[in-house]
Design a binder for this molecule. Structure first.
Ligand SMILES: Nc1ncnc2c1ncn2[C@@H]1O[C@H](COP(=O)(O)OP(=O)(O)OP(=O)(O)O)[C@@H](O)[C@H]1O
Ligand SMILES: [Mg+2]
Length: 253
């Protein structure tokens, strides 16, 4: 309990945000107290839980670059047990500012440590890069969840990501572990999908989540309404699968 988990993959559009938002919401439905930290300047997790970015007074940018405590930036969402530390595009500037500051890798960790005890799970949605924002996320985390699509190049990207995780573990965070690899946008009728899963099982059998997330149109529609899929369409395949993955996650960490 009281675990911090980064959702990371340097490849764009692989389902990081969709997984972070829906697993966080599912954990909330299961009764866990959850905080999502939006660490991607795109702010997709922020809008994905129905927060209007224009209304924000402070964001993860101020969190990382000023003295403001996390508790002053966190907002309640209208969903069960789910809070968010939101962001806007301004966060892009932090990438450079953190690089220039002494011990810039540890800033998020210091800020989140102050609120960690209030949540069963803190889920961090990372940007599609391995820059200072992702380094901050992993330095603050107990575990990393790697969402990935079933493509050939995904496997190459995965080995690169594993090297980066190893480096962060060596330099900044000895207790960091890979919590799991989550296959997203899965289509069992595609040969490539089954081949990639077979490769993943061969190399990372203990890490792969048992439930792959299928391609499901409700998952792509829900963010447009600012709703996690469980609240958008409870009976959808996407809602059921993310609930299963949330249960698996809670057993692992
Ligand atoms: N299982 C799915 N079925 C259908 N569409 C999906 C699924 N998962 C994600 N999508 C859609 O694919 C797109 C990319 O997903 P998402 O934004 O979660 O990826 P990401 O890795 O966070 O992207 P980025 O790297 O830009 O942050 C989005 O439009 C999302 O709605
Ligand atoms: Mg994203």
């Amino acid at each position: 309990m009281n675990k911090i988990i980064s959702f990371a993959n340097q490849k764009g559009g692989v389902g990081k945000t969709t997984s972070a938002v829906n697993i966080a919401a599912s954990l909330g439905v299961l009764g866990y107290k959850v905080l999502i930290v939006d660490l991607d300047p795109q702010g997709n997790a922020t809008s994905g839980v129905g927060i209007a970015k224009k209304s924000l007074k402070s964001t993860s940018y101020e969190l990382l670059t000023t003295e403001v405590p996390a508790a002053d930036v966190i907002l309640q969402t209208k969903y069960d047990n789910l809070s968010i530390l939101p962001t806007t595009t301004t966060l892009a500037r932090a990438e450079y500012e953190l690089g220039d500051s002494k011990d810039g890798e540890y800033i998020l960790k210091k800020k989140l440590d102050e609120v960690k005890a209030n949540y069963d799970y803190i889920i961090i949605d990372c940007p599609p890069s391995l820059g200072m924002l992702t380094v901050n996320a992993m330095t603050a985390s107990d575990g990393v969840v790697i969402p990935m699509q079933c493509e050939f190049f995904a496997l190459e990207g995965l080995s690169q990501l594993m090297v980066t995780i190893g480096q962060i573990k060596a330099h900044y965070n000895k207790t960091l572990n890979v919590t799991g690899i989550l296959v997203t946008m899965y289509n069992s009728r595609l040969l490539l999908s089954t081949q990639v899963i077979r490769e993943l099982k061969k190399h990372y059998s203990d890490k792969l989540f048992e439930t792959p997330i299928s391609r499901n149109v409700k998952l792509s529609e829900a963010p447009g309404f600012g709703e996690p899929v469980y609240y958008f369409e409870k009976r959808s395949k996407g809602a059921a699968e993310y609930l299963n993955v949330a249960k698996e996650l809670a057993e692992r960490i």
